[in-house]
Design a protein around this ligand. Structure first.
Ligand SMILES: CC(C)(COP(=O)([O-])OP(=O)([O-])OC[C@H]1O[C@@H](n2cnc3c(N)ncnc32)[C@H](O)[C@@H]1OP(=O)([O-])[O-])[C@@H](O)C(=O)NCCC(=O)NCCSC(=O)C[C@@](C)(O)CC(=O)[O-]
Ligand SMILES: NC(=O)C1=CN([C@@H]2O[C@H](COP(=O)(O)OP(=O)(O)OC[C@H]3O[C@@H](n4cnc5c(N)ncnc54)[C@H](OP(=O)(O)O)[C@@H]3O)[C@@H](O)[C@H]2O)C=CC1
Length: 418
């Protein structure tokens, strides 16, 4: 098999797929499954990314029951994993009983980094750079007049001296208010434009000029009270707290705890055509900002014995820009989400992350995750075993009743039904 294919990008979608079929030996059905570009259509799909041969469908579900800052939301989630949407809806239903979710956020400020090398007197240059702040702002803002028109643009700078062993580098941080955009393109253009000026000013050589995904100036927070009566008593509150304490102390558990948070956050990010890699790297780097990987949520017990959950994390998402305005399904999902700004969007994301995490911890601390997760996953197992149509639900039901949710059991049930 030879993967060296010159000019693959110049082929049409069909030509590319034919080529892959030929090399890999895909059959017609496999090729057909890949080929459909769905609501995107061929033209948009082919423009959105490179070397397109088709698309991958992920179901979009809508989580219900969310009340955030006294506003009701329906939350579109694009995800392949069973029970996430059900769990979010259940968690949000419990949070409603505690008065709903409260959320707030910082201004939507992203950080752009400009690295300057070969500087002999970095601490002295730091003073000069800060002195030139107004010129730097002006240059940055010239790159994106639309953003400035919407009330965004350069807000502040920071100058860090980083010791790289044989030399010290200056890393200038540009703080850019990106308003309703995620902002990577705007920030990157600004960094490139400002770097030349900084080079002239300091005599340093510009290297990296790029946004930072550790977006700790663009934070969203959410809080919810989960009444003990809704959880099955104070005993359950204590068990959830015990699960949380373990995550605080043990990075192996914290990774799974945060994975549960990202089940919700990544699904909403994907559904709206936002950058899931940016949101994931922001969350995980923020979780280890103190040098140790920690849970992104906090849990406490209030004076009534109810569980109080909260979360704080970077939320670099936009309601404009990137694929949000291009992908027809993402546009429909944004409409369902019904947020007026990227800040409100960030607050919804933080709320979903908190609720998703709470729902998993509740299940883990009581009946265990497999009961809810596996009983919903039983349908997938039934399908994998060959069940079709109405048979899927029948086999899944029998699987759950048997308490043995395995593909072997599904095959056995299917054989007996047939
Ligand atoms: C699955 C449930 C919700 C069932 O829970 P249940 O007790 O059967 O639900 P319920 O009867 O109490 O229903 C309450 C509400 O939940 C929703 N709901 C209830 N069932 C459905 C459904 N089928 N489809 C859609 N929504 C559903 C729905 O909103 C319903 O309200 P209603 O509409 O009846 O007024 C529960 O067992 C649960 O929350 N389990 C946790 C599942 C979970 O967290 N899954 C994530 C995947 S596992 C993972 O990746 C992360 C993890 C766990 O490793 C993270 C970690 O370790 O921290
Ligand atoms: N490390 C990372 O995370 C990186 C991510 N990316 C990618 O960058 C993309 C996101 O970049 P982004 O800059 O948001 O996207 P765009 O450049 O597509 O869109 C942002 C632009 O939209 C215009 N705009 C219109 N209305 C508004 C408003 N109300 N608020 C703010 N801006 C508005 C602005 O100006 P104008 O119309 O003049 O453009 C703004 O610059 C994503 O696709 C991401 O994957 C790219 C590089 C690195």
């Amino acid at each position: 098999m030879d993967s060296r294919i010159s000019g693959f990008y110049k082929f049409s979608i069909d030509e590319r797929l034919d080529k892959i079929k030929e090399i890999i030996g895909l059959d017609e059905e496999e090729a057909d499954n890949l080929r459909d570009t769905g609501s995107l259509g061929d033209e948009t799909a082919d423009r959105l990314v490179e070397n397109v041969v088709g698309s991958l469908e992920i179901p979009v579900g809508v989580a219900t029951n969310f009340k955030i800052n006294d506003k009701d939301y329906l939350i579109p989630m694009a995800i392949e994993e069973t029970s996430v949407i059900a769990a979010a809806s259940k968690g949000a239903k419990i949070a409603r009983e505690g008065g709903g979710i409260k959320a707030n956020s910082t201004d939507p400020v992203m950080i752009g980094q400009i690295q300057l090398t070969n500087i002999k007197d970095p601490y002295g240059q730091k003073v000069d750079i800060i002195d030139a702040k107004e010129e730097i702002f002006e240059l940055a803002n010239e790159q994106d007049r639309t953003l400035v028109k919407f009330g965004g643009g350069a807000r502040d700078i920071d100058v860090r001296v980083i010791d790289l062993g044989d030399e010290k580098n200056i890393v200038v941080h540009l703080y850019i208010d990106c308003r309703d955009a995620m902002g990577a393109n705007a920030v990157n253009s600004m960094c490139e434009a400002v770097s030349e000026y900084l080079s002239d000013l300091t005599g340093g050589e510009p290297r990296l000029r790029i946004i930072s995904n550790l977006a700790d100036k663009r934070l969203s927070r959410a809080k919810a009270v989960f009444p003990k009566e809704e959880l099955g008593g104070e005993d359950v509150v204590d068990k959830i707290l015990e699960s949380y304490y373990l995550a605080k102390e043990d990075p192996y558990r914290a990774a799974t705890h945060n994975k549960g948070i990202m089940n919700g956050i990544t699904a909403v990010t994907l559904a709206t055509g936002n950058d899931t890699r940016a949101i994931e790297s922001g969350a995980h780097s923020y979780a280890s900002i103190d040098g140790r990987y920690k849970p992104l949520t906090y849990y406490e017990k209030n004076e009534k014995g109810d569980l109080v959950g909260s979360i704080e994390l970077p939320t670099a998402v936009g309601t404009v820009g990137g694929a949000t305005g291009v992908h027809p399904t993402a546009k429909a999902n944004l409409k369902i989400l019904n947020v007026d700004s990227s800040q409100e969007f960030g607050e919804v994301l933080a709320s979903v992350g908190l609720i998703q995490n709470f729902a998993a911890l509740r299940a883990l601390s009581t009946e265990g995750i497999q009961k809810g997760h596996m009983s919903l996953h039983a349908k997938n197992i039934a399908m994998m075993a060959g069940a079709e149509g109405r048979m899927i639900d029948k086999v899944a039901k029998k699987l759950v009743e048997s308490g043995e949710i395995t593909s072997e059991k599904a095959q056995e049930i299917l054989k007996n039904i047939n």
